[in-house]
Design a protein around this ligand. Structure first.
Ligand SMILES: C[S@@+](CC[C@H](N)C(=O)[O-])C[C@H]1O[C@@H](n2cnc3c(N)ncnc32)[C@H](O)[C@@H]1O
Length: 312
């Protein structure tokens, strides 16, 4: 039987309270100095947009983006830190020189709000501090691509990461790039690392949005991953458990996941024909935050659906 709960803290990562504390500093003004009620009104606005599946509208200005981060990014980060460290394959990408020349390269699609970035950093930081004392250079590159402009948020996160976590110039071994770009656009963003150099791609709480925007382009995007990703590249897809939208094919309704699996691993019974193999899957796994965490907004427990694929 597959596991039902992720650990509140996996020792591979920085402790959840330390992660939360980083956000308390990053968003100090919004959380502790400015009008808190106003922040919560913005949070409510974003929540309404997301509930109505108005995904683009939810993130269409800086105040709403920051409100989203204050409300959701901290709990998402600690759950993603636990989720990433649950997979030795992903820890391997973050902590080892997976690719032969330049170190590991990760792409987080829809990752502008920073949860994936900080979760990855919470694994990279303790690792690189230990390694610093023993051997030379490591090199991790994290690329975030998002249709909303999260540039300021990413910069605010990285400023604190550099001074509080990756000090002593350890940040020189960590390249973070943000591209304000539509991933469904057939042109990749100018300067973005090509798909064939990536070691890990994450699509966390983003596939539903992509399919809502344009189903045909979303399928083309997955087919592009089929064609261009290198053998060994990992692909992690996460959505809220039970949340997948449905599509109708003929007279039958299927969850989008069915379509994604078909494009990546092949049709049922002929899975071996697909370009990817399924490494791990779970239709419902919980991350429950430890109760004693200190943050001024309620931290949310999460129930995920996930699939981890590896390019053959
Ligand atoms: C629900 S949010 C999830 C954010 C983050 N991955 C997390 O788990 O906290 C979905 C994200 O996908 C982004 N997004 C939606 N459509 C996109 C597209 N076509 N290309 C790139 N990013 C997109 C949104 O702007 C948003 O940041």
């Amino acid at each position: 039987m597959s596991q039902k709960q992720l650990s509140a803290h996996n020792q591979t990562t920085l402790p959840p309270q330390e992660i939360i504390d980083l956000y308390k500093v990053i968003f100090n003004n919004e959380l502790y100095v400015n009008d808190f009620d106003q922040l919560m009104e913005q949070v409510q606005q974003v929540k309404t947009d997301l509930y109505n599946r108005e995904y683009i509208q939810a993130f269409n200005n800086e105040i709403k983006r920051v409100a989203y981060c204050c409300r959701w990014t901290p709990s998402r980060t600690i759950s993603y830190a636990s989720l990433f460290s649950h997979f030795p394959e992903i820890v391997g990408v973050i902590t080892e020189q997976t690719s032969e020349t330049n170190g590991s390269k990760i792409l987080c699609v829809g990752g502008g709000a920073g949860a994936e970035l900080t979760a990855i950093t919470s694994i990279f930081t303790p690792y690189i501090h230990k390694k610093e004392k023993t051997e030379g250079q490591n090199n991790l590159e994290v690329t975030l691509v998002d249709i909303a402009d999260w540039n300021d948020v990413v910069n605010r996160i990285m400023d604190q990461v550099k001074s509080r976590w990756l000090y002593n110039k350890l940040w020189e071994q960590y390249q973070v790039k943000f591209f304000n770009h539509d991933i469904l656009d057939p042109q990749i963003a100018n300067g973005m690392t090509p798909y064939n150099e990536l070691n890990l791609i994450t699509l966390l709480f983003t596939t539903n949005e992509l399919f809502k925007e344009d189903r045909a382009k979303s399928i083309r995007f997955l087919q592009r991953l089929n064609q261009e990703c290198q053998p060994g590249c990992l692909l992690l897809i996460v959505e809220s458990a039970g949340s997948y939208s449905h599509i109708t094919v003929g007279t039958k309704k299927f969850p989008i996941q069915f379509l994604i699996d078909t494009v990546l691993v092949g049709t049922r019974g002929q899975e071996h024909k697909g370009e990817w193999e399924l490494v791990s899957e779970n239709d419902s796994i919980w991350y429950r935050c430890a109760e004693n965490l200190d943050y001024p907004i309620k931290l949310e427990n999460m129930r995920f659906f996930y699939r981890l694929y590896r390019r053959k």
